[in-house]
Design a protein around this ligand. Structure first.
Ligand code: ZN
Length: 66
């Protein structure tokens, strides 16, 4: 699960809340290099492949790519 929080009036965010699909831990990602575009349903529109769980090292966003 990955969910943007602190969504701006322009439907962008640099803060994502995640729940790792593997180890089930929750956490917050503060993105400094990229701005995430959010669609009207509140879902992330960017390809976030490559972001890994700081706890177990698995890909956090595999669920979003299905
Ligand atoms: Zn994990």
């Amino acid at each position: 699960m990955i969910r943007p929080i602190n969504i701006s009036p322009l439907n962008t965010s640099q803060t994502l809340e995640y729940k790792c699909p593997y180890c089930k831990k929750f956490g917050i990602l503060n993105l400094t290099n990229i701005i995430i575009n959010i669609n009207n349903e509140g879902n992330v529109q960017e390809d976030l492949t490559g972001y890994t769980c700081p706890h177990c090292g698995n890909d956090l966003f595999e669920e979003n790519n299905k």
